[in-house]
Design a protein around this ligand. Structure first.
Ligand code: RIB
Length: 327
């Protein structure tokens, strides 16, 4: 493969001059530019993006790791990341990890081999294996990670519980998100603060995944364990919809004798009937802000606010009853 050094030698100029001429960055005399162009043509030199990035010590590529592209929450977030990095002149490489840590390591190796400028990850993030790689975590963020963007899971948990408490619940069950996802415990803490202050009894149902393919099976297990549940705080919208479907199959009327609130506010949540009440996370904005944060890290070298928490909003729809005081 022809190298930039061979081009410089043939043109009779320095490597730096060839680089400036190829990247249109900095002054190059007309004569030098002509010599470079002639040498490039004669040597059939096409600046390889990887070679360019190695020479410049950074590429224009950013890696994005997602836990499960099939879950509607993540494509919305990925769109925010893509728009954010494109705005800053970068392109995106997507890695769908499918909640498989070995896959995550493989993608991080591929990103590293492609001299990626940085990584944005909604997966737990084995950052220790790649100390020189700028990392921003999104959404599923451990409390000790500096560069991160997520939504306010604690307040979201409180809002979901308040919505149920205010609507004549009889048998409350909280569907807890998978233990390995940091936000699950934070949302549960918000649920429990409100439920305990309301002096209401409630049960916990621990789920083991957010993946679509086990949502219906999980809903069946839910009703086997809690056949008389009448008010449910679900771990996310996908699982809430699976439980709603199972309730209807069992002849329950929604919301008269079975009410449920989800979490995320995916596009389908307002399209299904009855509409799913839920806590809306700003998925797109989480992605966009994460892209801005990463680009600031390697363009400015510093950031004012390295950990960004975005607000959530309550969406009341037909899957919950009217409020006690005639909402
Ligand atoms: O629905 C997928 C869940 O995992 C969402 O609640 C989101 O926060 C992600 O972490």
């Amino acid at each position: 493969m022809t190298t930039i050094k061979e081009v410089a030698k043939l043109a009779g100029v320095s490597v730096a001059t060839v680089s400036r001429a190829l990247n249109n960055s900095g002054y190059v005399s007309k004569d030098a530019r002509k010599k470079v162009e002639a040498a490039v043509k004669e040597l059939n030199f096409y600046p390889n993006e990887v070679a360019r990035s190695l020479y410049q010590k950074k590429s224009k590529l950013i890696g994005l790791l997602l836990p499960d592209i099939a879950n509607p929450f993540f494509p919305l977030m990925a769109k925010g990341v893509e728009d954010g990095v494109n705005q800053r002149g970068y392109s995106l490489l997507l890695g769908n990890v499918e909640e498989d840590l070995e896959k995550e390591k493989d993608y991080l190796k591929i990103f590293s081999q492609n001299n990626i400028a940085g990584v944005i990850s909604a997966v737990q993030g084995n950052t220790k294996d790649f100390p020189n790689m700028p990392f921003v975590l999104l959404d599923r963020v451990k409390s000790n990670h500096d560069f991160a963007v997520h939504s306010d899971d604690y307040t979201g948990g409180m809002m979901a519980a308040e919505a149920i408490v205010a609507r004549s619940p009889k048998e409350i069950v909280v569907m807890v998100g998978p233990k390995e996802v940091p936000s699950s415990a934070v949302r549960l803490a918000g649920n429990q603060k409100v439920l305990q202050e309301s002096h209401l009894d409630y049960q916990l149902f621990q789920t083991t995944s957010f993946k679509l393919e086990v949502a219906e099976e999980t809903a069946e297990q839910f009703f086997e364990k809690f056949p008389n549940a009448d008010s449910v705080i679900a771990s996310n919208d996908v699982y809430a919809m699976a439980v709603m479907k199972e309730a209807l199959k069992r002849g329950r009327r929604i919301p008269e004798d079975f009410q449920i609130i989800g979490y995320d506010d995916m596009p389908f949540s307002r399209m299904v009937y009855p509409g799913l009440a839920t806590i809306a996370q700003p998925a797109y904005e989480i992605g966009y802000k994460g892209a801005e944060l990463l680009c600031d890290i390697f363009e400015k070298g510093f950031v004012e606010n390295s950990r960004i928490q975005l607000p959530v909003t309550l969406k009341i729809r037909e899957s919950v009853r009217k409020k006690d005081e005639n909402e």
